[in-house]
Design a protein around this ligand. Structure first.
Ligand code: GLA
Length: 388
């Protein structure tokens, strides 16, 4: 079974468990968030994505419950939820517990009999910011349940189980990217994922003294389940069916004829077609260390998400514009990352320019929106695992 390194977040979650339940937890697991470098709104179109796991993670610690109900405590939200894992599970009206209950329900569906558990969650992935905070919780909990049951699932099976969990309990019709990068990540690498075959290829990133990845969090929060994401997914499916294709993965240049379909569907098809091409070219650019080429593709991706799929927002656009103003002065590229409509932008820059770029992004957002973006650098990190 994979293992995850101990770190201060693990110690903090363990201490929280001791405070609440009066004993030490027996099980512990963690899973990373991710930043998608390029390949956005392509995974549910069976396309290509190029994310990397980040050094921000969800940690879950637990033990068999002391009574005949499970108790879940989210330290970050300071919320407690309860459920009986030995009975038929149903989604709760709202809240973080659905990410855990969805996974437990899949576990039961796979024929395991779960005991009730006492569980504490603590995460350093900003919640709902486009950095896959929910997949991190789901994948970490799936690893914890492997420890509890003694099961050993393949990373792919674990990822597929967690996606089913997300679809069924929180009810978000997400793609497979977030789960696959959490289960397959490699330190120092981006992961090129073919979301049709679910094949994952590790692409070595330039060393930390050549390239930095800066996240700028707008503080604007989307609720994925809220409809806009599902609407874009529906738009893409409608475009594929109008084109007579199994999915937009199969779209080819020249195929969607202007006027032959609604403008929004045509635009979605054009985005997915070009974004898939960009993602493959980006992986090749990383492999040859061509950061200028990678950066240019990131800017193109942002424009396409803004203009063709309409999933950006003014805060993200201001961040990307501020980064673009430093092109040639330390910035290689920038784009929104994740589902969009808020959340984060990612900037690829020279390490010696980090402070200057951070100051420029903070200034630009403060000037325009009062609240400055929260900027932090992330490092390409490893996969989920149990914590020994
Ligand atoms: C969210 C989903 C992913 C993916 C991105 C957009 O993060 O969870 O599956 O669709 O949006 O690329």
């Amino acid at each position: 079974m994979r293992t995850f390194p101990r770190d201060p977040l693990v110690a903090s979650a363990e201490a929280a468990f001791v405070r609440r339940f009066g004993r030490k937890p027996r099980f512990a697991a963690a899973a990373p968030g991710r930043v998608n470098l390029i390949g956005e709104h392509t995974d549910y179109n069976e396309g290509f994505v190029l994310p990397m796991a980040i050094d921000r993670r969800a940690v879950i610690v637990g033990d068999r419950a002391a009574r005949d109900r499970s108790t879940f405590w989210s330290v970050d939200l300071d919320q407690v939820a309860e459920a009986d894992l030995t009975a038929q599970l149903a989604p709760q009206p709202r809240g973080f517990a659905n990410y855990l209950l969805g996974v437990a329900d899949q576990w039961n569906a796979a024929g395991y009999r779960l005991p009730n558990l006492d569980v504490v969650i603590q995460s350093s992935v900003p919640i709902g910011a486009g950095l896959a905070s929910s997949a991190a919780v789901e994948v970490a909990f799936a690893h914890l349940l492997q420890q509890v049951t003694g099961a050993a699932m393949s990373p792919l099976d674990l990822a597929l189980l967690c996606r089913r969990a997300e679809h069924s309990f929180p009810g978000t019709p997400c793609g497979i990217m977030d789960m696959l990068v959490a289960t397959h990540a490699r330190p120092g690498h981006a992961m090129l994922i073919d979301c049709r075959s679910n094949q994952v290829q590790a692409i070595p990133l330039p060393p930390p003294d050549r390239a930095s990845f800066l996240i700028a969090d707008t503080g604007v929060r989307h609720d994925l389940a809220d409809g806009a994401y599902a609407e874009r997914r529906g738009r893409c499916a409608a475009a594929a069916s109008r084109l007579g294709l199994p999915s937009l993965r199969d779209a080819r240049r020249g195929m969607p004829a202007a006027g032959s379909m609604p403008a929004a569907e045509l635009a979605a098809a054009l985005h997915v077609l070009a974004e898939n091409e960009r993602t493959l070219v980006a992986a090749a650019a990383i492999a040859t260390g061509d950061l200028e080429a990678l950066g240019a593709l990131m800017f193109d991706s942002h424009e396409s998400l803004r203009d063709l799929l309409d999933v950006s927002c003014p805060e993200l656009d201001v961040l990307v514009e501020a980064a673009a103003a430093l092109r040639g002065a330390g910035v290689y590229g920038a784009r929104m990352t994740g589902a969009g409509m808020g959340g984060c932008a990612v900037v690829l820059c020279r390490p010696d320019a980090l402070d200057q770029v951070t100051a420029a992004l903070e200034r630009a957002t403060r000037d325009r929106f009062v609240r400055a973006a929260d900027c932090f650098a992330v490092a390409p990190s490893g996969p989920a695992g149990g914590i020994p």
